[in-house]
Design a protein around this ligand. Structure first.
Ligand SMILES: Nc1ncnc2c1ncn2[C@@H]1O[C@H](COP(=O)(O)OP(=O)(O)OP(=O)(O)O)[C@@H](O)[C@H]1O
Length: 366
């Protein structure tokens, strides 16, 4: 097989995966279960400290597992060394060797495997061509832009012919403009290569732009798994609604609901029904105006709300800070929120760690 032909994609299954860094401390990852479809783009998303990097590092084999299992194409890789797993990692800072050319950076792992110079350079050059970097093969990382370094890092990860590419905040070292450009490139590469990508990010926007499947994590648990559309339009819990942003969480007598702030209606006091509120901010954002509000009859933690008004609507009836208004929404736009992730009970001693066979992986197909 040619070195640059994409190998068959793989599916990853994580079963009751747990990481406890020190006895007596809460687990960083707590018995999570997750299936990632072959050839899909999966984003692990959550606030700092939620356990997403720990999960990725355990899949990569860079962190030991406290309990649970990781399967790749039905093969248990939990205790295999990183190089024997069929995964490759692309790091935040790309971790390129500064004294080596792009070509030698890409060829490095083949050198370690004892592949001849001619052969490893041939394969590295092919991969650099593939990421449109062939013409800069002799440059050192310091002579390349951030985006070019990212492509070299990608080529270097691909030379081991991984079935799953693991990316830990791969865009965060780039400036905002380049980040959006490279984000689109990552997505294109993933589709071209047909590989499974697992990408860790704390950016909702990045995950929404890239993912077939978003996995929202909170305190070592998975709060929600779904397509970006599902997660944004049907947040499972208060945590997800607040973390994704763009939602109001409202306490009603029958429980909490979330309503997207572009689905809220606003009317001047006396001209409409709904929750009484006072305007605290008015922010012009170009295509829309974001109105910040304080609800009159809500508990302190639930008092803030926002409404996104199309620029035209705002121009037709401008609002200003201090104005008293009423907020309402259609029942069809309200999403009942569940309690969120429930920490699982500790399994009884002696329970086998792989609880279910790898089957029906298509459930999360893109
Ligand atoms: N090597 C370590 N030793 C001890 N605790 C650790 C170690 N690495 C991470 N932790 C802890 O485990 C928890 C999860 O960390 P992790 O890095 O997985 O989170 P994260 O969601 O990736 O956060 P970030 O976005 O800040 O990288 C945190 O409470 C963190 O302090």
């Amino acid at each position: 097989m040619d070195a640059v032909t994409a190998p068959p994609p793989a599916a990853v299954e994580i079963v009751a995966l747990t990481k406890r860094y020190a006895a007596g401390t809460p687990p960083a990852v707590d018995r999570i279960d997750l299936r990632i479809a072959s050839g899909s783009y999966c984003c692990l998303l959550g606030p700092s400290g939620c356990g997403k990097s720990t999960t990725l590092r355990m899949v990569a084999g860079h962190e030991s597992v406290s309990s649970g299992d990781i399967l790749l194409d039905n093969r248990n890789i939990t205790h295999l060394p990183a190089a024997a797993r069929g995964t490759a990692m692309m790091f935040q800072s790309f971790a390129l060797f500064p004294h080596l050319s792009a070509l030698d950076n890409v060829a490095f792992s083949l050198k370690m495997k004892g592949v001849s110079r001619v052969e490893r350079h041939r394969r590295a050059a092919q991969l650099l061509d593939r990421v449109a970097m062939g013409h800069l093969a002799q440059r050192k990382p310091g002579e390349l832009s951030g985006g070019q370094q990212q492509r070299v890092a990608l080529a270097r990860a691909l030379i081991t012919e991984p079935r799953v590419l693991l990316l830990d905040e791969p865009l965060s070292a780039l400036d905002p403009f380049l980040r959006i450009q490279m984000r689109a490139e990552l997505r294109r590469w993933q589709q071209d290569l047909g590989l499974t990508f697992i990408h860790v990010t704390h950016s909702q926007e990045e995950a929404m732009a890239l993912a077939d499947t978003m996995v929202v994590m909170n305190q070592g648990l998975i709060e929600q798994v779904g397509t970006p559309h599902e997660v944004y339009n049907h947040p499972a819990s208060e945590f997800v609604a607040r973390f994704m942003g763009g939602h109001n969480v409202l306490a009603l007598p029958h429980g909490l609901i979330a309503v997207r702030n572009d689905h809220m209606r606003i009317a001047p006091e006396g001209e409409g029904e709904g929750l009484a509120a006072t305007i605290t901010d008015v922010e012009y954002q170009g295509t829309y105006v974001l109105i910040g509000l304080r609800l009159a009859d809500a508990a302190p933690a639930m008092r803030e709300a926002s409404v996104q008004l199309a620029e035209k609507s705002f121009a037709a009836r401008p609002y200003s800070v201090g104005e008293h208004v009423r907020l309402s929404w259609s029942a069809a736009d309200a999403r009942a929120l569940g309690p969120g992730a429930i920490r699982p009970e500790a399994p009884p001693a002696g329970t086998p760690s792989v609880r279910q066979p790898l089957s029906a992986l298509a459930t999360m197909a893109a």
